[in-house]
Write a protein that binds this ligand. Structure first.
Ligand SMILES: [Zn+2]
Length: 485
């Protein structure tokens, strides 16, 4: 709670406005130095000529990092950051680094986002020379349930961020930060994190992660919404699962498996800790409970493909890993093979179907088979069906509507309209659904609206790219549907 004060303008008692840094002079000198030192500690590198340049005056430096012009050494050490640029365009070259600084005022927490700009077009000099400029981009008042952007006067409630999250199953932090209108990752000043011990952060134990945070590129959400809004953050930090804590605790929250895997007495706890698991490795371990980082990282690399395979058939991933190694075939080919085998009605319980002796040979065989099946049996059935449905044909001065009459027609329509009509071929040929094309009489060869009808009711009518037709067109389609009875 902030101090109350009398507002002379309205005559009301209001909460005092939070005092925050307005311009760079307000930033403590220690912090300004930290920012300055970090951003100056790089070397310019032109990859076209493989040469390094002095970050101050843009003169070439020798292999020891010495600049003849400045008579100074640039420190080339192992973790020196290189900024890649083009020496011929140095005057147009600019970049900025983003920094996060916590500050506490009357027990209230403010998180600053500060940008350090660098460019080389000095207004008073003919030669390129560096100018640096510090700008306070955001000052967020951080609370338990919301973040207030003090400069922009915008409030972001965590519960609204939750809603954004639930829309997607696969969440990356930058989506949260898009919501916060903050698109750049930055580096945190960690020396003053102890300040947070007496604030709303007291239960987060975020200061325990000081050494980890020093080397991380972070978003605002990593430092506000995530630590304050998720109770598991505290436990993950205490257990030193830093990557899990800062990146995706919002996904762990809804995950019943988390309790089992992150149980201190659990079988996988030490294994996960030893290998500093991140969220995707954690997800891989859920899919395949094995203490082998080669297989865990294999699953991480092909996570979506593995998930697609498991949707078709619950396969032992360890077996699959060694099988693919022996076959020397990529897992993507395997997924396609499994898809084909399922579509063609093969028995996926048989071992020689799941793991054929020669995968690629079998893959190619099924591929050909599927398209022959499409051409012959499906085509025949579709011709029969369309000869019955032709009684539903519609025609006025401008438009016609008629049933799809061959596999080729459907494949073409799907391609032209950029929709998935090919997956309807089977259902249409079995009479489970009806597919019609609406065309303009002025251009009968061009796809216009693809229509699906079931029991004389409209399931969908779609323009190219699955867009909805106009009201005028929908009126015509609805009029036609009425006539079907
Ligand atoms: Zn120099």
């Amino acid at each position: 709670m902030r101090q109350l004060q009398f507002d002379t303008y309205t005559g009301n008692i209001i909460e005092a406005k939070l005092d925050y840094w307005q311009d760079i002079e307000d930033i403590p000198i220690l912090i300004r130095n930290f920012i300055h030192k970090k951003t100056t500690n790089y070397i310019l590198r032109d990859e076209d000529n493989s040469k390094n340049y002095c970050p101050i005056c843009a003169h070439e430096i020798d292999k020891y990092g010495f600049c003849q012009n400045c008579q100074k050494f640039c420190n080339i050490v192992d973790d020196t950051e290189f900024k890649i640029f083009d020496i011929d365009k140095i005057k147009q070259y600019a970049f900025f680094d983003t920094y996060y600084i916590f500050d506490v005022v009357n027990n209230e927490v403010i998180l600053y986002v500060i940008d350090e700009y660098v460019y080389y077009d000095h207004p008073n000099l003919a030669i390129p020379y560096r100018i640096m400029e510090t700008k306070i981009k955001h000052a967020y008042h951080v609370l338990n349930n919301k973040i207030i952007d003090l400069k922009g006067n915008v409030t972001y409630f965590y519960k609204d961020i939750d809603k954004q999250n639930k829309k997607d199953d696969e969440i990356y932090n930058y989506r949260i930060d898009n919501y916060l209108n903050n698109y750049d990752d930055g580096i945190l000043y960690t020396d003053n994190l102890d300040l947070l011990k007496d604030t709303i952060y007291r239960y987060t134990n975020i200061w325990l992660a000081k050494d980890y945070l020093k080397n991380q590129h972070l978003f605002v959400s990593n430092l506000t919404y995530i630590p304050l809004h998720f109770s598991c953050f505290e436990y993950l930090i205490k257990d030193k699962f830093y990557s899990l804590a800062f990146d995706n605790p919002h996904l762990l929250k809804y995950d019943n498996n988390a309790r089992i895997l992150l149980d201190k007495n659990g079988e996988y706890f030490d294994f996960m800790l030893k290998n500093n698991f991140d969220f995707y490795q954690y997800k891989a371990l859920q899919i395949c409970k094995i203490k082998d980082m080669r297989i865990i990282n294999f699953i991480v690399r092909y996570l979506r493909i593995v998930e697609q395979i498991l949707e078709i058939k619950k396969i032992d991933i360890v077996k699959l890993y060694y099988y693919l190694k022996k076959q020397n075939v990529n897992i993507v080919e395997y997924r396609d093979y499994l898809n084909l085998a399922r579509d063609l009605g093969y028995n996926l319980k048989e071992k020689n179907i799941i793991f054929p002796k020669n995968l690629m040979e079998e893959h190619n065989k099924l591929f050909e088979k599927k398209y022959i099946v499409f051409d012959k049996s499906y085509d025949k059935k579709i011709k029969e069906i369309s000869s019955k449905l032709i009684k539903n044909k519609y025609e006025d001065n401008n438009y016609v509507i008629y049933p799809a009459s061959s596999v080729k027609e459907m494949l073409d329509e799907g391609k032209n309209q950029n929709n998935c009509l090919r997956t309807y071929i089977k259902d249409y040929s079995n009479g489970k659904t009806e597919i019609y094309f609406m065309r303009k009489k002025s251009n009968l060869n061009k796809s216009f609206v693809t229509i699906e009808v079931k029991d004389n009711k409209l399931i969908q009518a779609r323009l190219k790219n699955n867009l909805d037709p106009s009201d005028k067109i929908m009126k015509i389609i609805n009029k036609w549907l009425m006539s079907l009875k």
